[in-house]
Write a protein that binds this ligand. Structure first.
Ligand code: PMP
Length: 446
């Protein structure tokens, strides 16, 4: 094997065999398995520091997974670690309100002003699930419209795919979800306002909300086309439906704020016209500990218990460890130059990957938004889910493995993004580009 730079992974393989005996599929989230990249043992990590993590066999990797997004400061950032330790020393859970929660809610509201009121939960899934309940409570309607390929967590309503043909009711994407629930969801293509308008004209009087990742992170990184978010918001409002932004990946990813307040949206975007009614958050805002949050306009959030009839609760919600880690993470992100640096490294990485692929005659589309990018093995642009699906999964799997063998860790799926962190340096990116060049060279020969 051309790339046996790492010393093999016998411990990971042994741990995988053991894990399979006790944990379903050996993993606690299916995206961690290597099923989409040819199978076999996933890498078992045991330590992370900055831009690196180390596996059970002591192989070192440059990490672009960033735990699927939260680890924007790199592993074990000292400011976050200190905050977590302090919180632990004071007791990890009280079941009462704390001042920390107010501090953090205020920080989030300042950065994302569409949220008049906030509620903390424990995951992105919970945050999204609850925004849907609140939208239904507020509008008295049942259906939601979502966009193909956007992922919104694993609650019943959003694990629904498009039916066949344009503008049809959904079909369950998972066993265990009744058709009666899937029928409350309509899936339309991303970046397609006419398809949304058609769906609204058919089912509009029962559509509680239109839910979207305003910048997509789940079939690669995909920018909304100019006018898409404006068209979406206008169509929803005309119809009396709420707009829900799932900013679980995007908030604090590209700048100190959310996609909805990002000056890097397509030129001419009127930020006032694309403001959502409700927003779901997660990932980065927990600094690496479990968290989710949702918020929105005060009159809508009034629906939530104890003020209103929409029930939502949580034993662990707002726990001092997660909130402390989140505050520390956002404080660190306020450091001047943070996002400019991520952008610079992102450009170096994204442009370098595209050039290296091109030099070896490999068709590769790189979508990049500041420090987040995605690599699609195809010659066409990727602006929606169909285009992201129509890419070479086998080539991605080969690339993934060739990179892993050289100590570069990507997410094991052609749909997932690469995330730069504040711990990455030009040297890391340079080493990554050298590895990618060797990988493309080998791929060109197969
Ligand atoms: N929404 C989006 C946009 C996500 O990417 C994810 C997770 N990848 C979720 C929701 C669900 O978040 P969690 O895994 O924390 O439940």
């Amino acid at each position: 094997n051309l790339f046996k730079q790492t010393a093999g992974r016998p411990h990971s393989e042994e741990l995988y065999r053991e894990a399979l005996e006790h944990i379903v599929g050996g993993v606690n989230s299916p995206s961690r398995s290597f099923k989409a990249v040819g199978g076999g043992a996933p890498v078992f990590m045991k330590r992370g520091q900055g831009a690196y993590f180390w596996d059970a066999d002591d192989n070192r990797y440059i990490d672009y997974l960033a735990a699927y997004g939260p680890i924007i400061l790199g592993h074990a950032h000292p400011h976050v670690t200190a905050a977590i330790c302090r919180a632990a020393e004071n007791g990890t859970l009280y079941g009462t309100p704390t001042e920390l929660e107010i501090t953090f809610a205020r920080m989030l509201k300042q950065a994302i002003p569409s949220m008049d009121k906030v509620r903390f939960v424990n995951s992105g899934t919970e945050a999204v699930m609850t925004t849907i309940r609140v939208a239904r409570a507020y509008t008295g309607r049942n259906k939601i419209i979502k966009f193909a390929g956007c992922y919104h967590g694993h609650s019943d309503l959003v694990l629904v795919a498009a039916g066949s043909g344009p503008s049809t009711l959904g079909i369950p994407d998972s066993a265990g979800i009744p058709n009666s629930i899937a029928h409350e969801v309509i899936t339309v293509p991303f970046n397609d306002v006419p398809a949304l308008e058609e769906a609204l004209s058919r089912w509009g009087s029962d559509v509680a909300a239109v839910m979207v990742e305003p910048i997509v992170g789940n079939f690669g990184m995909v920018m909304p086309k100019p006018g898409f978010l404006e068209g979406l918001c206008a169509a929803a409002r005309r119809n009396g439906s709420l707009v829900i932004y799932d900013e679980v990946i995007t908030a604090f990813r590209f700048h100190y704020g959310a996609a909805q307040t990002f000056a890097g949206l397509p030129e001419g975007t009127d930020l006032a016209a694309v403001e959502p009614d409700l927003t779901a958050l997660g990932k980065i805002i927990g600094g690496g500990l479990p968290i989710g949050a949702y918020g929105g306009r005060a009159e809508i959030m009034l629906q939530v218990a104890p003020l209103g009839p929409a029930y939502q609760a949580g034993t662990m919600a707002g726990n001092p460890a997660s909130i402390s880690a989140g505050i520390a993470c956002l404080e660190a992100l306020q450091e001047p130059g943070t996002y400019e640096r991520l952008d610079r490294l992102g450009a170096m990485l994204g442009d370098g990957l595209a050039q290296a692929a091109d030099a070896h005659g490999i068709a590769l589309t790189v979508n990049r938004i500041r420090g987040a990018l995605s690599t699609h093995f195809c010659a066409h642009p990727v602006t929606n889910y169909d285009e992201a699906q129509d890419t070479d999964g086998e080539q991605f799997a080969l690339f993934f493995r060739l990179m892993l063998e050289q100590g570069i860790c990507l997410a094991p799926s052609k749909y997932e993004a690469w995330f730069l962190t504040t711990a990455h340096t030009e040297d890391h990116v340079r080493a990554t580009l050298e590895a990618a060049d060797r990988a493309f060279e080998a791929m060109a020969q197969t």
